[in-house]
Design a protein around this ligand. Structure first.
Ligand SMILES: *[C@@H]1O[C@H](CO)[C@@H](O)[C@H](O)[C@H]1NC(C)=O
Ligand SMILES: *[C@@H]1O[C@H](CO)[C@@H](O)[C@H](O)[C@H]1NC(C)=O
Ligand SMILES: *[C@@H]1O[C@H](CO)[C@@H](O)[C@H](O)[C@H]1NC(C)=O
Ligand SMILES: *[C@@H]1O[C@H](CO)[C@@H](O)[C@H](O)[C@H]1NC(C)=O
Ligand SMILES: *[C@@H]1O[C@H](CO)[C@@H](O)[C@H](O)[C@H]1NC(C)=O
Ligand SMILES: *[C@@H]1O[C@H](CO)[C@@H](O)[C@H](O)[C@H]1NC(C)=O
Ligand SMILES: *[C@@H]1O[C@H](CO)[C@@H](O)[C@H](O)[C@H]1NC(C)=O
Ligand SMILES: *[C@@H]1O[C@H](CO)[C@@H](O)[C@H](O)[C@H]1NC(C)=O
Ligand SMILES: *[C@@H]1O[C@H](CO)[C@@H](O)[C@H](O)[C@H]1NC(C)=O
Ligand SMILES: *[C@@H]1O[C@H](CO)[C@@H](O)[C@H](O)[C@H]1NC(C)=O
Ligand SMILES: *[C@@H]1O[C@H](CO)[C@@H](O)[C@H](O)[C@H]1NC(C)=O
Length: 823
């Protein structure tokens, strides 16, 4: 590996800088990448790597006055530290704390001049006077003997001591001599860089696996074995895609005599991207999108947030579709609300009411405690099996012990838990994995609801006058609510939250839920019907939110759902759209009984209209809008079945959370362009890919990766590619419900366009404008090459199918060879 070699050109550079500093006779000079002997870094001084990529200095985290020495991206406008020296020992006054070379080490002294962090390499007296610390453009901070120029050895480097980030070019090591893995450890919370519970390391037993571990002891995710052939891990098949396209990053495994390690780098060195352990226990790959000024999560593992072990701590419950994911079990509350609010759930929950037996150990019958039935959960680990024959006996067995917290009784018999409940997951919807657990609570917890009733009954009995007052008050409130009085802001209406609450009858009629939040039907006083979207996880400030929303409001096209207004009151952010009576395209395409399939003509118009809407987004409005989430669920149909693209512009609005939405979605659907996975910047061609995938579904009337009659997982685009490249029977591709009632040339045209849209290389995909012209018949379309690979995430087992038909070299081909008007 070359990372330890110092680029000679760069080296001359820094020596030059050093020289300039010295000749200025200034004690401190910080326009450089180097800290040398007799220099110290303090206050707001920083050093910057030679190419201006990384910066090192003090930074503050959270609302406390905790300061840390760390490195971050110099050019990325959202502050993102990648390495921290003193992650466990913050300083509080940066002007009296110093980072300097001392006795051959880089040392951080706190306010009392006590060394609190050191590179701590044993150094001979000979080199201590010429040791320098240099920040390199790959983010590595190295300590080396400065006078020995090019041949100088690295005494210490930050790449060997990562915090939560695994930067491109650094190694994730396993030391075979000591059996020690190097660990990349998450922050404790978003505000606290101290080591958290989750770490990434090489599996000490099988060194070609990477594992994620909870509390340094309990593995909860494994990559599977590294396969040199496909350059991917057996359980992370997405990587195979990236290796195949071979245009983005390279992941490498080395096994040597004394150590083995993984390493990755991006082919394009100007890619700003990194792998890191998030506080959520997920390994994420993020890329910086300069245009959107945000980090986009490209990849995260485990795919399911609740797959992270014990995410919600003791007596917490993880729910994959909840936001936040964690909640306390009933009868419990967060141990530390502050940490809980910062998404640090590791403290878990504690009882609101102590158990009877805890209150009074001598109390003979601990039996006054009761059990709360919690169905459809994943049971916690560490249960003890009891050999009893009935549910009642199982319950009694639990009550025997004061430290028994729960029991379960089903076909697997009786099990009781004598510990805190860890890693309990609440399933939603039907799942065969769901079990029922009975959680022990103080009996008074069960009375609390009837207590409330008692109070109300008492109040009613207590005074009719009071009731009258309440009634009048309620009527007044109700009348106030009825008066919807939105103000106009630009082209948009600004609603009050109350208005929308009333218009939607307190959000009672749910139309759907999507990645961005639930949608409710409502009616305005002018009796127009609206769809109200309750946005979740908005990370933006008020001003930015309004500015983004008004931008979306100016984007108007017959094939785009019109935004009519919004509501922004504190955390409550809602968008108000025109209501689309015919719902979304998926409901019309993927029919259970095939009773009323959409006519071919309608399908063609939907394909064309959608393409026009996207063309407008990509090319015609002032700033190009990439939709990022094209799928049948986001194509709405008005009363005349005219298609309207929904949810555009939300990517920027949602910010960080959007990444999560995409990540979740990516695990289950095949609409995502390969570049999402591989980490390059996303362009409008990613929408083209998703649009192409949707075209296949419009033709076939079923999900691309559905199981066929024989129970095999087929992939429809594969059949299409075969049929159109080998002059197959295109009619056979058509939705069987249509009884072959469609013009062959139109089917063939749509299938060819679809194949062009899903080309691996985005430069081979047409623009949406070209797609419109082809569908309009203005442009002819060539037979496309079969895309080299198509990745299918068929159903939830995330099964991957590649098809390997030989493909003609697509390099010089473009989708249209002429602009003959063919009609
Ligand atoms: C650092 O300071 C010491 C004493 O103040 C001096 O002897 C030494 O030459 C200085 N080193 C450099 C590199 O300036
Ligand atoms: C650093 O601090 C000094 C004094 O506290 C201030 O004058 C200067 O503007 C600061 N520099 C930066 C880059 O913030
Ligand atoms: C500096 O660090 C030492 C050792 O950790 C600690 O005892 C001392 O209180 C710290 N000084 C300040 C001002 O925090
Ligand atoms: C340096 O290492 C020694 C043992 O190797 C350890 O006791 C000491 O705490 C370390 N010092 C710092 C500042 O990390
Ligand atoms: C490392 O692990 C291997 C196999 O697990 C074992 O044979 C070896 O003795 C261990 N070495 C040390 C230093 O623990
Ligand atoms: C993590 O493990 C340590 C012992 O290794 C234990 O003391 C600590 O309580 C554990 N943390 C949690 C959150 O369970
Ligand atoms: C991938 O790229 C590397 C270096 O650019 C090249 O050597 C290799 O042959 C490429 N592999 C494939 C499958 O195209
Ligand atoms: C492995 O370590 C031994 C002992 O420290 C050393 O002699 C050998 O050169 C090392 N091997 C490699 C490949 O670095
Ligand atoms: C590398 O990435 C930068 C920024 O993303 C881009 O401008 C440049 O064209 C890319 N270079 C290559 C060779 O792809
Ligand atoms: C935590 O968040 C809740 C709801 O947002 C809030 O009511 C509570 O005051 C917060 N608690 C702390 C300690 O920040
Ligand atoms: C639970 O209590 C029983 C007896 O009271 C005791 O034997 C057992 O060790 C306890 N278990 C735990 C995990 O504390």
């Amino acid at each position: 590996m070359k990372i330890e070699n110092i680029n000679p050109r760069w080296f001359k550079f820094s020596v030059l800088f050093l020289f300039m500093c010295l000749s200025h006779e200034s004690h401190v000079c910080f326009a450089v990448d180097t800290i040398s002997t007799n220099q110290s870094l303090s206050g707001n001084q920083t050093i910057v790597s030679a190419g201006g990529v990384f910066e090192l200095g003090f930074f503050r985290s959270g609302n406390s006055f905790n300061y840390y020495i760390g490195t971050w991206y110099k050019k990325v406008s959202r502050f993102t530290p990648v390495w921290i020296a003193n992650r466990e020992k913050p300083v509080h006054d940066i002007y009296s704390s110093v980072l300097k070379i001392s006795d051959g080490n880089l040392v951080l002294f706190n306010e009392s001049r006590v060394p609190i962090w050191s590179t701590n390499v044993s150094s001979g007296p000979a080199i201590s006077s010429s040791v320098v610390a240099v920040l390199l453009d790959d983010g590595n901070l190295v300590l080396r003997d400065g006078l020995n120029s090019i041949s100088s050895t690295i005494l210490w480097q930050s790449f060997d001591h990562p915090t939560d980030t695994w930067l491109p070019g650094s190694k994730l090591r396993f030391n075979k001599r000591t059996n020690q893995s190097q660990r990349i450890i998450s922050w404790r919370s978003h505000d606290d860089p101290a080591p958290g519970l989750y770490s990434l390391e090489i599996d000490p037993v099988e060194a070609n696996h990477i594992v994620m571990v909870w509390n340094r002891s309990r593995p909860y995710w494994t990559s599977g074995a590294w396969d040199q052939q496909t350059m991917s891990f057996s359980l992370v098949p997405e990587m195979r895609m990236a290796s195949l396209s071979n245009s983005t990053y390279n992941f490498i495994y080395f096994s040597e005599e004394n150590e083995s390690y993984f390493l990755y780098y991006f082919y394009n060195s100007s890619t700003t991207a990194k792998l890191f352990m998030d506080v959520s226990g997920q390994l994420q790959q993020m890329s910086w999108l300069e245009d959107m000024e945000q980090w986009m999560v490209q990849f995260s593992q485990p795919r399911q947030q609740c797959g992270v072990y014990a995410l919600c701590g003791a007596f917490g419950s993880c729910n994959e579709i909840g936001l936040p994911f964690c909640s306390c079990l009933r009868g419990f509350h967060p141990k530390s609300e502050t940490n809980w609010n910062l998404s640090d759930f590791s403290d878990g929950c504690e009882r609101t009411t102590r158990l009877q037996c805890e209150e009074d150990p001598n109390f003979v019958t601990g039996k006054t405690d009761k059990f709360l039935e919690s169905p459809n959960v994943k049971l916690p680990e560490r249960a003890q099996a009891m050999s009893v024959g009935s549910m009642l006996e199982c319950e009694s067995a639990c009550l025997e012990y004061c430290n028994c917290t729960a029991y379960a009784y089903d076909s697997d018999g009786c099990r009781i838990w004598m510990t805190e409940l860890l890693d309990l997951q609440q399933y939603s919807g039907d799942t065969s994995d769901g079990r029922t657990i009975y959680i022990r609570l103080a009996a008074s917890e069960f009375r609390s609801s009837s207590n409330n009733n008692g109070i109300i009954i008492g109040a009613v009995a207590g005074g009719v006058g009071l009731v009258l007052c309440l009634v009048i008050f309620a009527i007044l409130r109700w009348r106030r609510r009825r008066m919807i009085n939105p103000t106009v802001e630009g082209s948009l209406l600004a609603f009050g939250y109350r208005d929308l609450q009333s218009a939607t009858k307190n959000f009672s009629e749910k139309l759907g839920g999507g990645g961005f939040g639930s949608v409710f039907k409502g009616r305005l006083p002018d009796s127009s019907i609206i769809a109200v979207k309750q946005l979740e996880g908005i990370s933006q400030g008020e001003k930015q939110f309004r500015s983004e929303v008004s931008t979306i409001g100016t984007v108007q096209h017959v094939n785009l759902v019109r935004l009519r207004g919004f509501c922004s009151e504190g955390m409550r952010k809602l968008l108000v759209y025109d209501y689309m009576p015919n719902g979304s395209l998926d409901a019309h395409l993927f029919l259970e009984d095939n009773s009323k399939p959409l006519a071919w003509k309608t399908r063609y118009q939907i394909a064309l209209g959608t393409a026009r809407g996207l063309t407008y987004l990509h090319e015609k409005c002032r700033d190009c809008i990439i939709h990022c989430d094209i799928k049948p669920e986001n194509i709405l149909l008005d009363a005349e079945l005219c298609p309207k693209v929904a949810d555009f512009g939300l990517a920027k609005l949602i910010g960080r959370e959007f990444s999560r939405v995409l990540t979740t979605m990516r695990g289950t659907r095949g609409y995502i362009a390969p570049e999402w996975i591989s980490g390059v910047a996303i362009t409008a061609k990613a929408d083209v890919y998703s649009y192409g995938m949707m075209l296949f579904e419009i033709v076939s009337g079923r999900r691309n990766s559905e199981q066929n009659e024989e129970g095999k997982v087929g992939f429809f685009p594969t059949s299409v590619a075969r049929a159109i490249t080998q002059d197959g029977d295109v009619l056979s591709l058509l939705d069987p419900g249509l009884n072959e009632d469609a013009p062959v040339d139109e089917i063939s045209r749509i299938c060819k366009v679809a194949c062009w849209c899903v080309q691996d290389d985005e430069t081979h995909r047409p623009s949406m404008g070209q797609v419109v012209q082809i569908l309009e018949g203005v442009l002819d379309v060539n037979v496309p090459p079969v895309p080299r690979s198509l990745l299918v995430l068929a159903n939830n087992t995330e099964h991957i199918i590649f098809f390997t038909e030989s493909s003609s070299s697509p390099s010089s081909q473009t989708p249209s060879n002429s602009s003959n008007a063919s009609s």
